[in-house]
Ligand binder design. Structure first.
Ligand code: AOF
Ligand code: ZN
Length: 397
């Protein structure tokens, strides 16, 4: 039996197919075996996390008469696609089989030849895929080619799950901006530092280790210059992760100190300073000479929200899929005001410090009407050493 909601899927943010004519919302019924196979394909896909971006994570299972013939996934950027990997691993008669793949098979020559052609050549009977690929060179063309070759195509199976898996990829394809993950650690009473500014450490070792893992799979880690002044952070993943994130500092006047640990370690891990025309040429030259990349937002007087969206577009152009925002409060407040937070990870430590001068995690003007609050769906709560780890993705309006 199909699971409720799994065929029609979500209506907006997570739905890459909204307005996509190639996606037919036919009420196809899927068997329990179909569900099992697609769940497995999604599990395989996830193994590419941190390795494939800015490509999507894709998994594939080939089955025939209730037997799995082969499995595969897109293992890293530039490597064979999931379908080709599964075909290469398949044993037995692939002709007449059903291919379960978590995204529409591609039909373009990219770094690898088209998967649609490989599936047609293999004479599979049916392709089951949750959703179309919004990538403009595919966008329904893969499904169309398969259908032209008399291969049955069924879409919609576990579509919400598949959309969730690749939400950052879909966002990047749709609006050209990376997925924004906000993270902070706070006390039980919602403070991220004492009134005197002491913040090391609110959360425990286990939580901090988790954050290092997260740092190791994102493309950018962003903070404000205030945070650099206060904490002199290194913002690297320790131990190193699957990818090396660029450390990004919001610094309108480009006053990041040359003696900061960020600048001092730029040879090993890149630093991008985000400034405005208010920055002096001298500072820009100084930071360039030290090895930092300096990006000047086009206009000086831009409101924070506009500047952030310009920056996010710039980061999207650079192929960044996931951006981690680590604070401080003013920066997180600007992201909230810009309506630019997609996912949160909050570590709540079993401590209380109080004090009206002790800051909370998200500052700025805030949202004045409760009914306009940013809400999160499926909030997860997990223990993390002595802390609690709360995480969620933005709810779909
Ligand atoms: C698939 N199966 O496993 C993946 C697909 O440059 P290339 O050749 O690696 O192509 C990248 C594009 O291919 C990517 O933007 C997305 O549209 C699609 N990814 N397609 O059929 C896969 N990873
Ligand atoms: Zn492909």
């Amino acid at each position: 039996m199909p699971e409720p909601g799994s065929i029609l899927g979500h209506p907006s943010l997570k739905n890459p197919l909204k307005g996509n004519p190639c996606y037919d919302i036919a009420m196809i019924s899927f068997t329990e075996f179909d569900y099992q196979m697609m769940r497995r394909a999604l599990e395989l896909a996830r193994q590419g996390e941190g390795l494939v971006e800015p490509n999507p994570m894709v998994g594939c299972v080939i089955a025939r008469n209730g037997q799995v013939l082969g499995e595969g996934w897109h293992q890293r950027f530039g490597a064979p696609h999931a379908e080709v990997d599964a075909l290469a691993n398949a044993t037995g008669e692939v002709r007449g089989s059903t291919v379960y793949v978590t995204l529409e098979p591609c039909c373009h020559h990219g770094k690898t030849p088209p998967c649609s052609a490989a599936l047609i050549r293999a004479q599979v009977a049916k392709v089951v895929a949750p959703q179309a690929d919004p990538f403009p060179r595919v966008a329904g063309g893969g499904f169309a080619q398969l259908r032209e070759a008399q291969i049955e195509v069924a879409t919609g199976l576990l579509q919400a799950e598949a959309a969730d898996l690749n939400a950052p990829y879909f966002k990047l394809q749709r609006i050209g901006q990376p997925w924004v993950i906000a993270k902070w650690a706070m006390t039980l009473d919602g403070k991220i530092a004492t009134a005197s500014g002491e913040s090391q450490w609110i959360s425990g070792e286990t939580s901090r280790q988790w954050v290092h893992q997260l740092r190791g799979r994102v493309d950018g880690i962003l903070v404000g210059r205030g945070t650099v002044e206060a904490d002199d952070p290194l913002l690297t993943a320790r131990p190193a992760g699957l990818r090396t994130a660029t450390r990004i500092v919001l610094d309108r006047r480009a006053q990041l100190r040359s003696s900061s640990r960020l600048v001092q370690s730029v040879a090993e891990t890149p630093v991008l300073v985000v400034a405005t025309p208010a920055a002096s040429d001298e500072d820009i030259v100084r930071l360039h000479a030290a090895g930092c990349d300096v990006w000047i937002s086009p206009a000086e007087e831009k409101a924070d929200a506009e500047l952030l969206h310009e920056l996010l577009r710039e980061l999207g152009t650079r192929g960044m899929t996931n951006l981690l925002v680590e604070g401080g409060g003013q920066v997180l407040g600007s992201f909230l005001a810009a309506d630019a937070i997609d996912e949160v990870h909050v570590f709540v430590a079993p401590k209380m410090i109080g004090g009206e001068k002790a800051p909370g995690p998200v500052l700025g003007a805030g949202i004045s009407q409760l009914d306009r609050a940013l809400s999160f769906a499926n909030l997860r709560v997990e223990p993390s050493g002595d802390d609690w780890h709360l995480s969620g993705r933005r709810a779909i309006e």
